[in-house]
Design a binder for this molecule. Structure first.
Ligand SMILES: [Zn+2]
Length: 85
């Protein structure tokens, strides 16, 4: 799974370099198509976009996977614990 996600990330980096004007389009693609593909690397459950749209949340693990430069960082080591107020 991790290598698969990395491959997707590389594709998006190349796409972004090709067309800076497609920036917003890439964000849309991440929120829709990538979300269907991406899963929590820890529990393999589906993740969902958070309210500020800068990270992907796994409710089961209460972890936030940040989106950096439009690329979701799907690594358990990089994930941040969610605040459970
Ligand atoms: Zn999880």
């Amino acid at each position: 799974m991790e290598s698969y996600v990395l491959y997707i990330s590389i594709l998006y980096v190349e796409y972004e370099l090709e067309s800076e004007s497609a920036h917003k389009e890439i964000k849309t693609m991440i929120s829709q198509e990538l979300l269907d593909i991406l899963a929590c690397p820890k529990c393999k459950e589906a993740v969902s976009l958070n309210t500020t749209k800068d990270g992907l949340v796994c409710e089961k693990c209460s972890l936030l996977y940040e989106i950096r430069d439009d690329i979701p960082v799907m690594l358990v080591d990089e994930a941040k614990p969610l605040d459970k107020n």
